[in-house]
Design a protein around this ligand. Structure first.
Ligand code: CMP
Length: 155
């Protein structure tokens, strides 16, 4: 079981895609264990994207992520880090697999709707930046978990 960090970026919020984006993760059996709408400060944006500092697209990236509210989430599930990235699609929407969020809803690399952690280390770091321990609500059972329980844990 893995936890990953997902953010619906300002374009996804402003375009009214919050529900449709979250639906894709829930449909896949992933569980939202923390969620909030928030504005990202310049300081938080710089920490989040520190690995991209100095790259040509960095200023645009920071301007964009601080341009309006995001929806931050902790998403949990079986191999969730890789699986969520697959649902989100490649950074460049014109190279993303059809059926992924970016392929279906975006045609820009900066306005690409969703951020998702790329590896376990990033997931841990990014979740730590956006959520405190008290903000997690992992104790409810999803329909998928109930079905798994009924099948004796077969996956
Ligand atoms: P994200 O998953 O949030 O992580 C880094 C972001 O940088 C990426 O999505 C894009 O929004 C943005 N970006 C813009 N241009 C590029 C690029 N050429 N290569 C990688 N990331 C880019």
């Amino acid at each position: 079981m893995e936890r990953t960090f997902v953010a619906i970026k300002p374009d996804g919020v402003k375009r009214g895609l919050i529900g449709r984006i979250i639906q894709r993760f829930e449909d896949k059996s992933y569980k939202i264990v923390a969620i909030k709408m928030m504005n990202v400060s310049a300081e938080l944006a710089a920490k989040h994207y520190e690995e991209h500092f100095g790259k040509p697209f960095y200023p645009e990236l920071i301007d964009f992520i601080t341009s309006g509210p995001i929806v931050a989430m902790a998403v949990e599930g079986n191999n969730a880090i890789k699986g969520v990235r697959h649902i989100v699609g490649s950074t460049k929407p014109d190279e993303a697999d059809v059926g992924s969020i970016r392929a279906d809803y975006s045609s820009y690399s900066t306005m690409n709707l969703v951020h998702a952690s790329d590896c376990p280390e990033s997931a841990k770091r990014e979740l730590g930046l956006y959520f405190s321990e008290e903000e997690y609500c992992p104790d409810y059972k999803t329909m998928f978990e109930i079905i798994l329980d009924n099948h004796g844990g077969i996956r």
